[in-house]
Design a protein around this ligand. Structure first.
Ligand SMILES: Nc1ncnc2c1ncn2[C@@H]1O[C@H](COP(=O)(O)OP(=O)(O)OP(=O)(O)O)[C@@H](O)[C@H]1O
Length: 583
């Protein structure tokens, strides 16, 4: 297992940890002085004609011990528990940083709920392990060792051995049970992932569920999952709950042995009554740490299971990374594709086949084709969302793999087919949480994308907080807001992937006209099902089953009378075209 994330954290905070452990050591050790002083006080009081001053002195000792334990405990708890919270925060940030690095191919095979479980449950289990559980173990070890030492050294070795005889059995039992806890906890975590995934899907798909009256069947599916999770938890509890009970039973035997043999030694005068009291005090002191071993083992086992799960995720290398010599300059201008063929993992048929094209700087390319013809795939390859071998895609004459991801994507503006609106203000959605854009720039981007009037109608204009995924906007408004987000960056190459599908024809025409005016000299790629969105492009390619089947200008393609012509005629009300189809 790779502990590098943990080690980095501990290294950075070693002084804080050392201070915390020093106070913890002091608190635990000082605590074990108490039974000795109590025993001495009892012996003093038992002696005939005892000196009150001496007893008062012992009482003062006990008060000082209690005060020192209080101060040291307060300090170590603050330091160690605060560090555990810092660890949790650090680990979660590392995980999310890793999630952000992973490419779309990773998310194709993972479920959201499961990934949420990593960020919440697993990290919390790691915090518990390296916070409370580590503190409890250290504290317990110091208390047990010093108590047993005092029992041996200052009371009686034989009595100590007899009384503590059940301890090895208790420890073996704990080790045996711990392994089972770890296995069962992994199952619980997986079930938790499945349940949260279902809840998440139900909430995001609530409209579809209602429209199809699927509430009952969804509830049944959810109940089945929830019961499975309950069962996994019950299986876990069955093992983990038995442990403390068994340990307490073991200790009850220790106390009985102590009572039988210790009292006999007092009666025989082998040990004083004060020593017997001190011995009992030590025995009581070690009960808590040893009873907590059950809890500690459970927490450790859970923590280790979670650490294993986190490790499995963290070691996944993003399949798309910067090459060592990658250029950190943003691409600009011409786009060239040479014989590009692309398969999605695990699919037999290529999503794109033998695609070659040259799009000069400042030109607009239109891509049209039926659903599933490969249009969005082409766009996502320009962003290196998926791996493409070198020698296939060139931007500005440089192979796409020769750019750093940040520079490459920084030079491209993208409005994907499924626009994503964040639960934030309209302004934040346009600037995308980046500082540095002026109010004028925000308003200009909104004007260009024809969303300014709609924003004016919102209760707080640009400061209106939008619902999750933009639920309080229409489909067309969401698309226009997403276009504003791309336009404010003024990218060298702008790609609109069916980004006007939900706006009416007049608005679409107005947006395209504004784009033509403002993006003079810049490169644009317009992907659409609709002829109206691409007809003004300098060149249009028609995709069918991943291949370019036609290319040319609008007029040329209509004259050809092929697929483009068919799409055009399908989309004009009366099915009539000014261009008669070629025989
Ligand atoms: N993540 C993926 N994994 C596997 N196959 C995929 C994936 N995304 C798309 N495909 C497949 O690749 C082919 C091209 O899909 P693509 O999304 O590029 O089509 P499109 O032309 O953009 O369609 P639409 O107009 O409906 O958006 C389709 O057969 C599709 O099923």
């Amino acid at each position: 297992m790779d502990f590098s994330v943990l080690l980095r954290f501990f290294k950075a905070r070693k002084f804080s940890y050392l201070t915390g452990f020093a106070f913890m050591f002091a608190a635990s050790f000082i605590q074990t002085l108490f039974p000795r002083v109590l025993g001495s006080a009892v012996d003093l009081m038992k002696a005939s004609g005892f000196a009150v001053r001496q007893v008062m002195f012992q009482v003062l000792w006990m008060t000082l011990i209690a005060a020192a334990v209080f101060v040291c405990t307060f300090l170590w708890r603050n330091i160690i528990i605060a560090n555990a919270r810092n660890l949790e925060c650090y680990f979660r940030e590392e995980l999310v940083r890793h999630f952000l690095k992973l490419s779309p191919a990773f998310y194709n095979t993972r479920k959201t709920g499961d990934l949420i479980a990593y960020a919440i449950n697993d990290i919390s289990a790691v915090r518990m392990t390296f916070g409370p559980a580590t503190a409890m173990s250290f504290n317990g070890i110091v208390i047990c060792f010093s108590s047993v030492y005092f029992m041996f050294a200052t009371v009686d070795a034989r009595l100590t051995l007899i009384t503590l005889a059940p301890l090895p059995f208790i420890i073996l039992l704990m080790l045996f049970t711990g392994r089972k806890v770890q296995t069962r906890f992994r199952i619980v975590q997986n079930q938790f992932g499945a349940v949260s995934d279902r809840v998440q899907e139900n909430i995001s798909g609530i409209r579809v569920i209602k429209a199809y009256v699927q509430e009952r069947s969804e509830m049944e599916r959810f109940s089945a999952l929830s019961s499975r999770m309950k069962q996994a938890n019950l299986d876990l509890i069955r093992v983990s709950a038995a442990l403390p009970a068994m340990i307490e039973f073991g200790f009850a035997i220790c106390f009985v042995l102590n009572l039988v043999f210790g009292s006999r030694m007092v009666l025989r005068g082998e040990i004083s009554i004060g020593m017997f009291v001190a011995f009992n005090g030590y025995l009581s002191l070690i009960v808590n740490p040893i009873v907590s071993i059950g809890r500690i083992v459970t927490i450790f086992q859970r923590g280790m299971a979670s650490l294993g799960r986190l490790h499995d995720i963290l070691r996944i290398q993003p399949d798309i990374q910067d090459l060592p010599q990658a250029a950190d300059i943003q691409p600009d201008g011409p786009v060239e594709l040479r014989d590009l063929t692309f398969h999605y993992d695990g699919t037999g048929t290529p999503a794109l086949k033998d695609i070659s094209l040259v799009l000069p700087k400042g030109h607009t390319l239109g891509i049209i084709g039926h659903t599933g013809s490969g249009k969005s795939t082409l766009a996502s390859l320009l962003f290196r969302f998926f791996y493409v071998e070198s020698g296939r895609i060139f931007l500005n004459g440089r192979d796409i793999n020769g750019y750093t991801l940040e520079a490459l994507r920084g030079g491209l503006g993208y409005v994907p087919q499924d626009t994503f609106i964040f639960a934030a203000s309209v302004r934040e959605n346009i600037v995308f949480f980046k500082d540095g854009y002026s109010e004028e720039e925000v308003r200009e981007a909104a004007r260009l994308s024809m969303i300014a009037d709609s924003i004016g109608g919102l209760p707080e204009g640009y400061d209106t907080i939008l619902g999750e995924r933009g639920v309080n906007l229409s489909g067309g408004q969401k698309q226009r807001l997403a276009i504003a987000r791309a336009l404010i960056r003024n990218p060298a190459i702008l790609i609109l992937d069916d980004a006007l599908s939900a706006v009416d024809a007049v608005t679409e025409g107005l947006i395209l006209e504004r784009l033509r005016q403002t993006r003079q000299g810049k490169t644009n790629i317009l992907i659409s099902h609709r002829v109206s969105a691409v007809m003004e492009a300098d060149e249009i390619i028609v995709l069918d089953k991943g291949m370019i089947v036609e290319r040319g200008t609008h007029a040329q393609l209509l004259k050809e009378g092929g697929l483009y012509y068919d799409i055009y005629t399908e989309q004009h009300e009366d099915g009539q075209s000014a261009y008669p189809k070629k025989a």
